[in-house]
Design a protein around this ligand. Structure first.
Ligand code: ZN
Length: 534
């Protein structure tokens, strides 16, 4: 037997390893309740579900086509389930380790040629400056063509999926009695075939309290650990939760005041007055692509395009059914192990919702561009690969800064403050169980280590207590640091900050490992099949 064959045999997944990895996920039904919908609305939903399945197919092409082939060919139901949870062969909640085969995760997934390095891309662009824009585009994949590096537009690379998806969106538009939503769907159908999402994103932000809405675009850069710029496709079908949407009005009223209160020079916190800040609390009975695999988002802030942020702001979406599942099955059970009893009892679904609402609001606050040598630069580009973690951390700590501000200014009752902080810290423990490879985990590890260093969180045995006197000042300090890093595009400062604070302390790792009976996250079970498996 040759060495390579031996290596491959030993790297094959074992049944017990797969079972162990699966045990971290709690299957939870995410039912589609069509009782409040008209026949035409149900028809509309049906078209959007079909289109969302095509988004799922594109995602696998971007993430791990070999994983998809394995998903289609294997008879092992447990392996199939684990592949679907992760959208590939790499465990997103275990430092991206491969759970089948021995190939480590490619940093650029299938968005870049295998083996290509960041240094090679930079050298290539230096000698081919005319290709710089297309190579650094968020909507191209890179492929070798002999000695030439081709940047292939998404609408070309994924045409076989995007053309039928575009058609389905137009058919959905025909079934919609909401004229603005129908107009948006037609614009988005065009965008899929041109990679120009700007006009349809503007139309999406103009929707006024739609009963049915959809996220349907390449938005996030979580798959791209090479340059941190290539987007992956995602979809979420959304049905409005009327009662909960109404409760958001209070936060919306104060968004401009929180922006004005940030510890930054005025030029780095452009006024939010008069800007649209649409928010929707929605139930999501179907999500695909980047919104299906791994980490289950309970909220989103979109689009990411800074031109849209400056022109119109962004839309915050809270996935109510996912929020409820997370708090009930993960956050509250976990906090009982990690916090003193009287503090874990303070953590609550409402406190968690408040922190999450502010997190999403604060993705849209702070600087819009980095100012470097008098020039405006895209923050994502200025900061590089650590940007995703930096931006998640900024949203967390500026969010808590904002909650404190709302209490200090009488907009929220003072007696809720401890509940907000306890819920925020309980939420950190949940995120850290994912490890620190993913942007949110790396962000919250940094926040937690900083809070412990500042004695805003203190350890006693295996439990961690919030010091309610100290935490407001510590949060204000770290918020200022992260906002300044973004405003000045300080890549080296960002990397140094994360290098100092983003390591998991062994004591905490041990405590987290010892908790076996709380799932790491929920695995959504939809009323609709996720993939066409022919
Ligand atoms: Zn976020």
């Amino acid at each position: 037997m040759n060495l390579l064959l031996m290596f491959l045999l030993f790297a094959a997944p074992t049944a017990s390893d797969i079972t162990l990895r699966l045990s971290r996920w709690k299957p939870v039904d995410m039912p589609y309740d069509s009782s409040g919908l008209s026949a035409r609305q149900r028809q509309l939903v049906d078209k959007l579900v079909q289109a969302s399945r095509l988004i799922e197919s594109i995602y696998w092409q971007q993430s791990d086509p070999e994983g998809l082939a394995l998903y289609r060919s294997t008879k092992d139901q447990n392996l199939r389930r684990l592949l679907m949870i992760n959208g590939g062969r790499f465990d997103l909640i275990d430092e991206n380790k491969p759970f089948t085969g021995s190939q480590p995760i490619p940093p650029g997934r299938n968005l870049y040629p295998a083996g290509l390095t960041r240094a090679q891309i930079e050298a290539y662009v230096k000698s081919h400056p005319d290709q710089k824009d297309s190579i650094y585009s968020s909507y191209t994949v890179l492929r070798w063509n002999g000695q030439k590096l081709d940047a292939i537009p998404y609408h070309v690379e994924y045409r076989s999926f995007l053309e039928p998806a575009s058609k389905l969106l137009r058919e959905a538009a025909d079934a919609s009695d909401d004229k603005e939503f129908a107009d948006f769907l037609r614009l988005r159908a065009q965008a899929l075939l041109s990679d120009d999402y700007y006009p349809s994103d503007l139309a999406w932000l103009d929707l006024k309290n739609p009963k049915i809405d959809i996220i349907f675009a390449p938005y996030e850069t979580y798959l791209d650990d090479m340059l941190g710029i290539k987007t992956s496709f995602e979809s979420a079908l959304l049905i409005r939760n009327e009662a909960e949407s109404a409760k958001l009005a209070l936060y919306q009223k104060y968004v401009p005041d929180i922006q004005d209160a940030l510890p930054l020079p005025a030029a780095d916190r452009p006024s939010k007055r008069g800007h649209l800040t649409p928010m929707e609390v929605m139930d999501a009975p179907f999500r695909t692509g980047d919104l299906l695999h791994g980490y289950q988002a309970v909220a989103d802030n979109l689009p990411n395009d800074p031109r849209i942020h400056q022109a119109k702001g962004s839309k915050k979406i809270f996935f109510k059914n996912f929020m409820d599942a997370r708090v009930n099955y993960v956050v509250l059970p976990l906090s009982k192990y990690l916090m003193p009893e009287q503090q874990s009892a303070r953590a609550s679904a409402e406190g968690y919702l408040a922190a999450t609402v502010l997190h999403e609001i604060c993705h849209g606050l702070g600087p819009v561009y980095s100012r470097m040598n008098g020039k405006e630069m895209d923050i994502r580009e200025a900061i590089g690969p650590v940007y995703s973690a930096l931006e998640e951390a900024k949203a967390d700590v500026v969010g808590m800064f904002g909650l404190q501000w709302l209490v200090d200014h009488g907009a929220l009752p003072k007696n809720r403050l401890q509940e907000y902080y306890a819920s925020y810290v309980a939420g950190i423990f949940r995120t850290l169980r994912y490890g620190t490879a993913e942007a949110h985990g790396r962000a919250e590890m940094m926040e937690f280590n900083y809070l412990v260093e500042q004695k805003a969180v203190t350890r006693s045995g295996s439990r961690y207590a919030v010091n309610f006197e100290v935490i407001p000042g510590a949060i204000a300090q770290v918020a200022k640091e992260l906002l300044e890093i973004e405003a000045t595009g300080a890549r080296a400062r960002a990397e140094a900050w994360f290098n100092r604070y983003d390591k998991m302390p062994s004591t905490l790792a041990e405590t987290l490992r010892s908790i076996k009976d709380v799932p790491v996250d929920v695995e959504p079970k939809y009323s609709f099949p996720v993939m066409d498996l022919r």
